[in-house]
Design a protein around this ligand. Structure first.
Ligand SMILES: Nc1ncnc2c1ncn2[C@@H]1O[C@H](COP(=O)(O)OP(=O)(O)OP(=O)(O)O)[C@@H](O)[C@H]1O
Ligand SMILES: [Mg+2]
Length: 222
């Protein structure tokens, strides 16, 4: 299975989601390759912190930018159980190639008006790519949510907006919500992920929930 994390909007949480999921997949015994398709190479930063802390990386990782991303990822598909691709925060050939070869695309987005405009563009792109890649499913993931009474309204507004747009069946809003939590930033400096924290940790629970949700979404063939 190939999973890509995309959103042209910078800072929406692509790398945070891609890396934490990679650790979660590894924890579940899945042989994973994490591909950094962002020229800014944020994943390398995390791995460097991890190496400096004498911690092992429980998955494989490589950087791949440019024209050959799709070809390279496809050639690795049979070697690994799953592949996760982190893309950069702009419209790029890597992002478009990732959409063409993925089974699932996760689109982390903030529940704000500015982000909604970019999300709109992303959804059009997913629809276009689905014409070629008919197995593509998309999961819109609300990230950096602030726990305030307006959040539910913002989420409902987003759902209503998507309903009005009549988004295709292969695109859905995740039930999992990732909240704004300092821990997502703090673990990076130790080269760690939130899934390595104690069971009761709220961020860990969010990533566990996302993992379960995306597996059942991918395995469900409707
Ligand atoms: N749920 C969260 N809670 C707190 N901080 C977060 C959360 N998600 C992401 N961040 C922080 O927000 C910043 C941007 O996140 P991240 O680098 O994952 O975004 P990105 O979409 O990969 O950015 P880019 O488009 O530049 O690649 C980082 O400092 C990250 O630690
Ligand atoms: Mg990034």
């Amino acid at each position: 299975m190939i999973i890509s994390v995309v959103n042209e909007k910078g800072g929406s949480g692509k790398t945070t989601i891609a890396t934490n999921l990679a650790f979660k997949f590894a924890q579940e015994g899945i042989d994973l390759m994490l591909i950094d398709a962002d020229p800014q190479r944020s994943i390398e930063t995390l791995i460097d912190f991890r190496i400096n802390n004498d911690l092992e990386l429980p998955f494989n990782s490589m950087s791949k930018i440019g024209d050959s991303l799709a070809k390279e990822a496809k050639s690795l598909e049979n070697k690994y159980d799953s592949i996760i691709i982190d893309t950069g925060g702009r419209d790029s050939k890597e992002m478009r190639q990732a959409l063409i070869i993925s089974d699932l695309v996760i689109i982390p987005t903030l529940a704000s008006g500015y982000d909604q405009a970019v999300l709109n563009k992303m959804l059009t792109l997913v629809e276009e790519c689905s014409l070629i890649n008919t197995r593509l499913k998309a999961l819109i993931l609300i990230n950096r949510a602030s726990p305030n009474p307006f959040l539910e309204k913002k989420i409902n507004d987003l759902k209503e907006y998507l309903n009005e747009k009549q988004i295709p069946q292969n695109i859905k809003i995740a039930n999992t919500i990732i909240y704004e939590r300092e821990i997502y930033k703090n673990v990076v400096f130790e080269g760690k992920s939130v899934v390595e924290l104690e069971e009761s940790n709220k961020a860990k629970k969010e990533i566990d929930m996302l993992y379960n949700e995306l597996l059942s979404y991918c395995n469900n063939s409707d």
